[in-house]
Design a binder for this molecule. Structure first.
Ligand code: NAI
Ligand code: MG
Length: 398
């Protein structure tokens, strides 16, 4: 069998560290692949004026799988100031390479699993009525529409004539905003297309069936946002009835869902939402299972491209520590999602089992798992380094 070729996208800061350790771990788990490195991130913005060079796009186009660390992003003005002298005053404007990847490849499906590891000191616990406490086993997978909705970028301040005129055809606009001077108006749209909505819904139902989840919850706000949330829930009912009658369809409102987050998180299975609500609800659930050190994700396009990444950023303040202290598990979990994607499920399960054993064992913990604030001296206080955590996981591969 020919070896897999995987495009690694280390990016900046701790992105590089956690990706290196993850590849070392994958190798030890018996997953053999060739890795080609794609340039991405701040370094390439500064040097070339492009944080996502064309050659990186070509690599992903060719090999279809990206294993991504994290990048550094800064506000526009700071970005311009850090450009190499020869690139100054050329009108280059920084935009995030993550958004760039998402748009270029139309990575419209974002998947964020949030699963409790037994023994993780960061697990959410809940008080019981007799004054004790219990630790709910969360096993939720969020499907977030990744390209449309409020993050679609269709927005204006001081909207141009045609937009303003169109808005003025809506009685509610006339009533609530008709007297507001145009240059005091900002408009961000929330547009859902049927095609993308159907894709995220079907992806959620397929996943529920494949991995044995009993319910799919549409988490939106159809009672208020009637058109977009309403369309998503209506389509979910149709798709559920026609093709997935074995799976229960639930409907929650995003606000209530966040309130119930700590009440009964173990009751939910697959959750599906538009872009912003998916973002919110996935961060909410990630907080219950350990936060950024544990939150993994995957993004998929219709034509078979998958990009796998932890949800944390480049944590620049930890990037130059002599001994790295960050938790590599979110990156490793993301690599497991990659293995599932290429039907290496056995290896993915092997890795998850090894991680769960290290956590249950409780001897090796990174600083976040010890609830310390991140400083170089956490190692002297008993926290495991990134490398030691990786070693511990590797030592559990029998
Ligand atoms: P961040 O996720 O890099 O760090 C926030 C805090 O979370 C850190 O200070 C640290 O305490 C903790 N943390 C993050 N990853 C951890 C890990 N693996 N183990 C243990 N603790 C961890 O977010 P921040 O500080 O807001 O942004 C830093 C840079 O990263 C910025 O330039 C930002 O634009 C970028 N960023 C990139 C993302 C990506 O590449 N997907 C996502 C979020 C931010
Ligand atoms: Mg977020």
């Amino acid at each position: 069998m020919t070896k897999r070729i995987i495009v690694t996208l280390p990016g900046d800061g701790i992105g590089k560290t956690v990706l290196n350790e993850t590849i070392r771990m994958l190798d030890a788990a018996g997953f053999k692949a060739d890795y080609v490195e794609g340039d991405i991130g701040w370094e390439f913005w500064k040097k070339e004026g492009n944080p996502l060079p064309e050659r990186t796009i070509k690599l992903i186009e060719k090999f279809k799988i990206g294993l991504f660390g994290a990048i550094t992003s800064k506000p526009k003005d700071e970005a311009t100031a850090e450009l190499a002298p020869e690139l100054q005053n050329k009108g280059l404007i920084y935009s995030s390479p993550i958004v760039g990847l998402r748009q270029h490849f139309n990575l419209d499906i974002c998947v964020r699993p949030c699963k409790t590891y037994k023994g993780n000191p960061l697990n959410f616990i809940r008080r019981t009525s007799d004054g004790g406490f219990e630790e709910p086993q969360v096993d939720v997978v969020i499907f977030r529409q990744n390209t449309e909705g409020l993050y679609g970028g269709v927005e204006w301040s001081n909207p141009p004539d045609k937009v303003y005129d169109a808005l003025m055809t809506h009685p509610k606009f006339v009533k609530n905003f008709g007297n507001v001077p145009r240059d005091e108006l900002s408009v961000s749209t929330r547009i859902f297309s049927k095609k993308a909505t159907e894709r995220i819904l079907r992806a959620a139902f397929d996943y529920a069936r494949k991995y044995g989840y009993k319910s799919v919850t549409v988490c939106e706000k159809p009672n208020v946002i009637r058109e977009t949330s309403g369309m998503m829930f209506k389509m979910a009912k149709e798709i559920n009835n026609a093709d997935y009658p074995d799976i229960e369809l639930w409907n929650t409102n995003i606000d209530a869902q966040m309130m119930w987050l700590t009440k009964n998180p173990e009751n939910y299975g697959v959750i599906v939402a538009g872009n912003m609500f998916g973002d919110i609800v996935s961060d909410g659930f990630a907080g219950l299972i350990g936060g950024l050190g544990f939150a993994c994700s995957a993004q998929f396009s219709a034509d078979g491209i998958g990009v796998f990444e932890p949800t944390h950023g480049s944590a620049p303040k930890y990037a130059d520590y002599e001994v790295s202290i960050v938790n590599p598990i979110a990156m490793m979990e993301s690599a497991c999602m990659m293995l599932d994607f290429i039907n290496e499920n056995e290896k993915a399960q092997r890795i998850r089992k090894a991680i769960s054993e290290v956590i249950a064992d409780g001897k090796v913990k990174t600083y976040d798992m010890m609830k310390m604030s991140g400083r170089p001296d956490v190692i002297h206080k008993g926290a495991a380094s990134t490398e030691q955590m990786t070693d511990a996981i590797i030592s559990n591969f029998a």
